[in-house]
Ligand binder design. Structure first.
Ligand code: BGP
Length: 466
């Protein structure tokens, strides 16, 4: 017999600031690395996106109509501190105060990400995460968030997909041009981000605010391509490097030893200053829950060791391998999305179980969803049955995981409303709500409920049993 989801299950949906808000330079907002990044020709940039900044009341009303119990969004650091540190921008605080009040007005729970890829450009110019001053800037920033919203926000997420930022850092250009040993620098940045996160969680707990806080990496099960023991070891190695390096530090306050020895072999271990391990291992730095994003699984095999196993590219879900560690394998059991990501609902169940087994903390799913080329048909109809199928299968597997014994707090698919995909512009849509624009054609920005909107509303109404 299947167990039910908790009675207070957080049925939600997610967005992030730079992908949904637009108003990239309004009301005193500073520029972020996302604003300044390179945009492929012909794809929507992050200047207007879904213009949620100006449509937020309408959008939140729609999310209430959708039946959401929770809405996950991120705060743009650059609206609060245009220069990353120093002077606070009151207009930025005002926007998020209004947004949070609007969400609460409908009885929904705000789930707030502190930092979703959009590092202030001013900090980037001073070395970004290579510079230890960014750790203090982050602590200063989250203190302002707690002071202003800590009484009303009950769920906080620190850094979105830190592991993806690190693993794809070379492609995303997070290190200064001309850096000699890019990976070493990236793992130094990783160390600094881990410190920033530990400080943010410790401070939150010290302030005794009435809520919970956790990290939000992208975690997935890694399959060995065959039962050849070499492939199994490759899958285990990649699991430690891709998943546990981040969560072990957050939960246990120590570096994962398999990942550490991998860094050592390559000469990529970060410099650890005196006092760092005390911050990382602080008793109050342990998270209250683990949030994670899940889209697809990876399958790997032993490296061929012949120079053909390249490092991962810019698309975070598609790995191609790393010389001497693993290479991408094939999984004949799984279908691919139109964008080449594996679809693996059962992998969702195993991922939930793996995290539960390792950390024994409540879990919160902060992203899961299907990016597709949605089509607006006559009569304002978007028939996204493929999305309904994807989400239904994942929810079924989440329920099996709960039945297996996982404590699952909530499920927030990506995305609440259409927004700009990080690498594929507006062509790749995820929302329950269609936004009537195309890449560089803003059209009328009308909001249109997709077929999945009515479907998800029923799912929530039945607490996931329908
Ligand atoms: C996650 C990010 C989101 C979102 C999502 C979909 O990694 O946290 O910001 O972009 O992936 O990815 P994409 O837009 O590349 O399809």
């Amino acid at each position: 017999k299947l167990k039910e989801f908790r009675s207070d299950f957080l049925w939600g949906a997610s967005t992030s600031a730079y992908q949904v808000e637009g108003a990239w330079n309004e009301d005193g907002k500073g520029l972020s690395v996302m604003d300044m990044g390179h945009h492929p020709e012909g794809l929507a940039d992050f200047k207007v996106t879904s213009d949620h900044y100006h449509h937020y009341k309408e959008d939140i009303a729609l999310l209430h109509e959708l039946g959401l119990k929770a809405y996950r969004f991120s705060i743009a650091w650059t609206r609060i501190f245009p220069e990353g540190t120093g002077k606070v921008n009151e207009k930025g605080l005002e926007f998020y105060r209004n947004l949070i009040d609007e969400i609460l007005k409908y009885g929904m729970e705000p789930i707030v990400t502190q930092y979703h890829f959009d590092l202030p450009y001013a900090l980037h110019l001073k070395g970004g995460w290579s510079n230890r001053a960014t750790i203090d800037a982050y602590a200063e920033y989250v203190k302002v968030l707690y002071d202003n919203f800590g009484d009303r926000v009950k769920y906080w997420l620190t850094i979105n997909e830190q592991n993806m930022m690190i693993l794809h850092g070379a492609a995303l250009g997070i290190v200064a041009p001309g850096t000699e040993n890019i990976e070493k620098e990236i793992y130094q940045q990783n160390h600094h981000m881990l410190l920033a996160q530990a400080k943010a969680i410790t401070l939150y707990h010290e302030m005794k605010l009435p809520g919970k806080i956790g990290p939000a990496p992208n975690i997935t099960t890694i399959y060995p391509e065959t039962c050849n023991p070499d492939d199994v070891i490759a899958a285990m190695n990649w699991t430690s490097i891709r998943n546990w390096l981040y969560l072990d530090m957050c939960v246990f306050g120590r570096y994962n030893s398999i990942a550490w020895s991998y860094l050592e072999k390559r000469g990529w271990t970060p410099a650890i200053e005196e006092g760092d391990m005390a911050i990382l291992g602080h008793s109050l730095a342990k998270p209250d829950f683990i949030a994670f994003n899940y889209y697809s699984t990876a399958t790997v095999a032993a490296s061929r060791n012949d120079g053909s196993d390249k490092a991962a590219g810019a698309d975070q879900q598609i790995v191609s391998g790393e010389e001497g560690v693993y290479r991408q394998g094939e999984n004949p059991n799984l279908k691919l999305t139109s964008f080449g990501w594996t679809v693996d609902p059962q992998g969702f169940r195993s991922t939930l179980r793996e995290i539960n087994d390792r950390y024994n903390l409540p879990l919160l799913v902060t992203e899961n969803g299907l990016g597709e080329y949605d089509k607006l048909e006559e009569g304002d109809i978007v028939n996204d049955d493929y999305r309904i199928n994807y989400l239904r299968e994942h929810i079924e597997q989440a329920r099996l995981a709960v039945t297996d014994g996982v404590d699952l707090l909530g499920y927030c698919p990506w995305s609440a409303i259409d927004l700009v995909s990080t690498h594929q512009g507006f062509g790749k849509r995820y929302g329950f709500i269609y936004v009537n624009r195309e890449e560089n054609d803003l059209k009328d920005m009308r909001r249109i409920k997709k077929k999945s909107f009515g479907w998800y509303n029923k799912v929530i109404g039945s607490n996931g049993t329908d």
